[in-house]
Design a binder for this molecule. Structure first.
Ligand code: FE2
Length: 367
């Protein structure tokens, strides 16, 4: 993954290093350096949580003062665009030196789950940011990062269906014990009994076009069409995929719809979005229904599986808990731009319902 990130930063044009300030993305040099900072913080500097709710590291960073500008918990989003010390050369050097130091620390670490937890955490964190780079590339009309090429080189469903992980899914009532778990997954996953007729495929572009062309989409959203769509002069719809406008692929799942658009579509069909429990049960009973091309919106607010008072934050204390605020929704699974180590129907992501920039689609229940 570090090689992918390095290549991405190395290949950016000068004009791409500091894009305009947009709330849903980070400037790429900051984001790349932050990934290395995070790995250093937990894996090399042995950061730990204190009894009074702080996370500390007693070992200094190889980039002195990096704590002041690369810790996402303490640097304001807007301030990330005003960091002249973040040059491409320094960022690449930090990525390389950090990788070496992290691998050295890994060699020294005990071979048990507790000791390896922080290394796994850093890897998953890096994977999450790689997908975030892909959202940024989509937002800014940049070419697709190499790890997101699945979605442009072939029909998404064809490429994902042979995903090795999919064949191995034996979803059961219990978690897959070999899979890394985030703190928000502790406790039993929600279950909901579903009947077969409730099973539903992902809503496709062609179905969503009917909704848009009926006028109901505009009445519900006050918008002419979904994000990254345009009407071609011949009347056909096109979609922007990274830096290219292409014909809207009729059979592919609709993507870049926010939860409000998804709910409006469902209501137009006399249906609704599945809850997280329903989606979990659907994937458990019919694993073939999970293709993983797009994240899937649910109707469930993001919260721990356990009662809130029983929730224990993990080593990365701010990963989940700040977002148990009733304003975020659970999405499940992963998208064509999700790294294989994270791509799993049990994986819970969380976004506010208005986010249409992420690679999310949906299915409906009860249509
Ligand atoms: Fe991060």
């Amino acid at each position: 993954m570090r090689a992918l990130l390095r290549e991405f930063v190395f290949n950016l044009d000068e004009s791409q290093l500091w894009p305009p300030h947009i709330a849903t993305i980070n400037p790429p040099l900051w984001e790349a350096a932050h990934v290395a900072w995070f790995a250093e913080w937990f894996c090399v500097r042995d950061a730990y949580n204190t009894a009074n709710g702080e996370t500390r590291a007693d070992i200094a960073s190889i980039w002195l003062e990096s704590d002041a500008f690369l810790n996402s918990n303490t640097i304001a989003h807007g301030a990330r665009w005003h960091l002249p010390q973040l040059t491409r050369a320094r960022t690449l050097d930090f990525l390389d030196r950090n990788l070496e130091a992290t691998l050295r620390a890994l060699e020294r670490a005990a071979d048990d789950a507790e000791a390896l937890h922080r290394f796994r955490l850093a890897m998953f964190h890096e994977a999450m940011h790689l997908e975030a780079f892909a959202w940024a590339a989509q937002t800014l009309s940049w070419k697709a990062p190499s790890w997101a090429r699945i979605g442009i080189d072939s029909a998404m469903h064809a490429s994902i269906s042979n995903h090795a992980a999919l064949a191995e899914f034996q979803l059961s009532e219990k978690h897959d014990s070999s899979r890394y778990q985030f703190d928000n997954e502790s406790g039993l996953s929600p279950q909901h009994a579903l009947t077969l007729e409730d099973s539903a495929e992902l809503v496709t572009n062609s179905k969503f076009v009917q909704f848009v062309e009926s006028g109901a989409y505009t009445r519900a959203t006050q918008r002419a069409h979904p994000m990254y769509w345009r009407s071609h002069s011949n009347g056909d719809w096109q979609q922007r995929r990274f830096d290219r406008w292409i014909a809207l692929a009729e059979d592919e799942p609709v993507v870049h719809v926010n939860a409000q658009e998804a709910e409006a579509y469902a209501a137009w069909n006399g249906a609704r979005l599945p809850s997280e429990a329903e989606l979990h049960s659907l994937f458990s009973s019919q694993p073939n229904l999970w293709h993983g091309q797009v994240w899937e919106w649910t109707s469930t607010p993001f919260a721990p599986y356990v009662a809130p008072e029983q929730f224990k934050p993990g080593l990365y204390r701010e990963y989940s808990q700040p977002w148990f605020d009733g304003k975020h929704r659970v999405l499940r699974g992963g998208s064509f731009a999700t790294l294989p180590i994270m791509h799993h129907p049990h994986y819970r992501n969380f976004f506010t319902p208005a986010r249409g920039d992420v690679f999310a689609g949906f299915r409906v229940i009860g249509a």
